[in-house]
Ligand binder design. Structure first.
Ligand code: BV8
Length: 241
């Protein structure tokens, strides 16, 4: 199956790639599916990655993001990120990389023009933008930082559950999946929408779809081929330039 998928890569002038947390697993970044560990084991990621969760427990949610940010400072991109960046450099304009991840590892591996559907965990923004009365850099240190004039809180610049994806980014992702000849769906359980819907949109638009995942995913039935294995070992073979 890998050889067949490799021939599809070689035949396809336009390739769309959707990655999920699994592509960073071999860098040591816990996936959303992985049970939370240690202190965080008592909380559900889905509840903390929400505006309501943050408003109800700003310090807890802020510390969870700081914990994840600190973890990211100590990890490196892995061979999966590298294979995608290398392919893009050797075949300019052929590959559009769409990611659900907020860890920035694709960018650190050298990928450019990454469509980050769920934002960037290293970004901050005001919780209540309409009333923001000062620059985020002027926020008073705290957990979370805050504005000492209007009381606004600083929040991570990610897309929480219940929040709309950045319009232009998602539109660009939809365009890419409608124009591609091949879509690679790598390291995602395929449970989070609207991101997961891109695979079926690609298939409906006539693209071949390949899922790469060591475990069954909700997108396996949308695939023409499923590659069972880890992204860090299979992607360098699949995309070898
Ligand atoms: C929206 C940022 C509307 C935050 C994230 C019912 C049905 C359908 C949809 C919904 C529904 N109820 C609610 C919704 C909508 C909801 C949703 O999809 N909920 C799910 C839980 C059902 N979606 C939303 O809320 C989205 N917004 O719909 O807005 C709207 C419109 C207009 C106006 C207002 C509102 C927003 C969703 C974005 C949420 N934010 N991240 C943060 O990170 O803190 S999503 C978050 O979950 C992560 O970003 C991550 O991407 C995602 C988890 O998915 P995966 O990436 O797949 O990761 P997971 O851990 O699940 O799986 C890992 C996979 O890797 C596994 O399959 C594993 O086998 C594999 N793997 C492991 N090791 C490897 C590997 N693969 C390869 N190699 C390996 N080595």
């Amino acid at each position: 199956m890998l050889d067949i998928a490799r021939s599809w890569v070689q035949q396809s002038q336009r390739i769309a790639v959707l990655t999920g947390a699994g592509v960073s697993a071999e860098s040591g970044v816990p996936t959303f599916r992985d049970a939370q560990t240690g202190y965080w084991a008592q909380f559900r990621a889905e509840e903390m990655a929400t505006e309501e969760g943050f408003r109800n427990h700003p310090e807890r949610v802020w510390k969870w993001y700081q914990y994840r940010r600190d973890l990211l400072a100590s990890v490196q991109p892995n061979a999966a990120h590298g294979a995608l960046a290398d392919f893009e450099q050797h075949h300019p304009g052929r590959l559009t990389l769409i990611t659900q991840n907020v860890d920035g590892l694709h960018q650190r591996a050298g990928s450019s023009g990454v469509l980050c559907l769920h934002g960037d965990i290293l970004e901050n923004r005001w919780l209540d933008t309409p009333r923001a009365c000062c620059h985020i850099a002027d926020a008073v240190k705290g957990e979370p930082p805050y504005c000492d004039r209007c009381g606004n809180l600083v929040r991570p610049g990610v897309v929480w559950f219940g929040e709309a994806l950045p319009h232009d980014t998602f539109a660009a992702a939809q365009l890419a999946v409608h124009q591609c000849a091949l879509m690679l769906v790598i390291g995602t359980a395929g449970a989070v929408y609207p991101a997961a819907g891109l695979a079926r949109q690609a298939r409906s638009a006539g693209a071949r779809v390949v899922v790469l995942n060591p475990a069954p995913s909700e997108l396996d039935d949308a695939a023409h081929a499923v590659l069972r294995g880890a992204a860090g070992s299979l992607l360098p073979q699949l995309l070898a330039v």
